[in-house]
Design a protein around this ligand. Structure first.
Ligand SMILES: Cc1cc2nc3c(=O)[nH]c(=O)nc-3n(C[C@H](O)[C@H](O)[C@H](O)COP(=O)(O)OP(=O)(O)OC[C@H]3O[C@@H](n4cnc5c(N)ncnc54)[C@H](O)[C@@H]3O)c2cc1C
Length: 429
């Protein structure tokens, strides 16, 4: 019997987990991603706030492919498909289009930023969803300090006011890390500048931060951020954004050159491009076994999939988190392994094992809510957060590098990669 060809779209947490689970199966796997690297999104905020270098949170996919005999990689963007003929249409970076046939297609293309149509956010806001976003934000933050150093009157215009929108883990982490960067590092770098005038304002439309956490953790996060100088505004939305002004729904206008958008995600639009049925927030509808109905051999996993929580909560979708993506990727791979072994697909339902959630609040502070009702706060939670993230990082080199950077930053109150770095296009580009 010919070997099955499994094509996985997306080398994120879900796609890589599926590919690895298929390592010993009698199948050929092709992983397709628009980038030639996997991004560790949970640490993007540290790149944006000069805590880590880009290479620390990215891992070349060909590194995985080189170690797995049945795995090949294609750098291309998936732009469509003929699902009846089992053909995927790819667009290569150099503009050629390629048709790739498959027996099984695993869609693992993740999510993207949702700005909810708020005027000005798309144009003036700084999202934090990929590595390019993180480097762009880092450049901008450092440039604002350089500009204010050259012309301190710009501070009155909001050059050093940073509005972070979204009180979930990403917003809390960004706000905490920005204040730490200003107070601990940039204060020393910009000795002539009144760095005390730098403001971080965290805006959240709900009445509390960290929505899915317990009230105790929410209160701890708020208190820790406030102690560090973050101005926390809850129960208010952003209504409009301009280059140097952020208008809140209650009419308040903040003079600010920077708005970091950490307020929402929606599924990658690939579902519609492939002609698959999508539901809430554009997520691809899947059955309990993560198969896409009406299209045999097509599966969807991770952030892009509308996976109903099978733990009895009627109709609730699982959250868009890395462990969901990893576990769903492994689940689909195991179903495909059965088909490859000549068995009928077991069609077993996916059961998510919740291992808890965590968020850091700057140096040595965090909240963690783990299984069996274990709740940690402060330094122990921060150590748990460090350990878990080191374990989850792809690549041994990255783990060593991140650990060394964290240790250095913690010991010296310093930050290494505070570089304003732009690549200039070649004349013939
Ligand atoms: C800033 C931030 C912080 C986060 N922090 C945490 C955290 O602390 N803990 C946690 O559990 N989760 C966290 N998450 C969520 C977590 O990162 C996601 O749930 C997880 O990455 C989802 O995995 P995935 O495989 O579904 O998608 P992704 O990891 O997003 O991977 C999708 C891949 O598909 C590729 N792709 C997209 N479209 C195409 C296309 N058309 N053609 C080819 N390739 C394509 C992308 O380049 C990408 O590599 C965070 C997310 C963000 C943005």
């Amino acid at each position: 019997m010919d070997r099955l060809h499994v094509v996985i779209v997306g080398a994120g947490f879900g796609g890589l987990a599926a590919a690895r689970e298929l390592a010993d199966a009698p199948v050929d796997v092709t992983l397709v991603d628009q980038n030639n690297f996997h991004t560790f999104q949970p640490l993007l905020y540290q790149v944006a706030t000069s805590g880590l270098a880009s290479a620390d949170v990215a891992y070349p996919v060909r590194g995985s492919a080189a170690r797995q005999e049945n795995l090949a990689f294609r750098q291309a963007t998936v732009i469509g498909a003929d699902l009846d003929a089992r053909v995927l249409h790819l667009q290569h970076p150099e503009h050629e289009v390629e048709d790739l046939t498959y027996d099984h297609l695993v869609v693992a293309a993740g999510a993207t930023t949702n700005t909810f149509g708020i005027p000005g956010v798309d144009h003036h806001g700084f999202p934090l969803y990929n590595l390019a976003d993180a480097v762009r934000l880092r450049n901008h933050v450092l440039e604002r300090f350089e500009a204010a150093d050259a012309d301190p009157s710009l501070m009155d215009d909001g050059a050093l006011t940073f509005v972070v929108v979204g009180g979930g883990p990403t917003g809390v982490e960004v706000a905490g890390a920005l204040t730490e960067l200003f107070q601990v590092v940039l204060r020393k770098d910009f000795r002539q500048l009144d760095v005390d005038r730098a403001r971080v304002v965290l805006v959240e439309m709900q009445d509390q931060l960290l929505g899915p956490f317990s009230p105790v953790s929410q209160a701890h996060a708020r208190e820790a951020l406030t102690q560090r100088g973050v101005e926390v505004r809850t129960g208010v939305q952003v209504a409009r954004v301009r280059a140097n002004r952020v208008t809140l729904a209650d009419g308040e206008e903040l003079a600010a050159h920077t708005l970091v958008w950490a307020a929402g995600v929606k599924a990658n639009p690939i579902g519609a491009a492939l002609g698959l049925r999508t539901g809430r927030a554009g997520r691809i509808e899947v059955g309990p076994d993560l198969a896409v109905s009406d299209h045999p051999g097509v599966w969807a996993i991770g952030d892009v999939a509308a996976i109903v929580d099978g733990r009895g909560r009627d109709g609730t979708l699982l959250p868009q988190l890395a462990p969901v993506a990893i576990q769903s990727g492994r689940h689909v791979a195991r179903q495909i392994c059965c088909v490859a072994a000549g068995q009928a697909p077991p069609r077993s339902p996916f059961r998510y094992r919740d291992k808890g959630t965590m968020a850091t609040i700057g140096r040595s502070r965090a909240v963690a809510e783990l299984p069996f009702g274990i709740r940690l706060r402060g330094f122990p939670a921060w150590l748990a957060w460090l350990g878990l993230h080191l374990l989850m990082l792809a690549g041994f080199r990255n783990r060593i590098s991140v650990f060394a950077n964290w240790f250095w930053n913690w010991l010296t109150y310093d930050r290494g990669p505070r570089l304003i770095f732009r690549s200039r296009p070649r004349a013939d580009d």
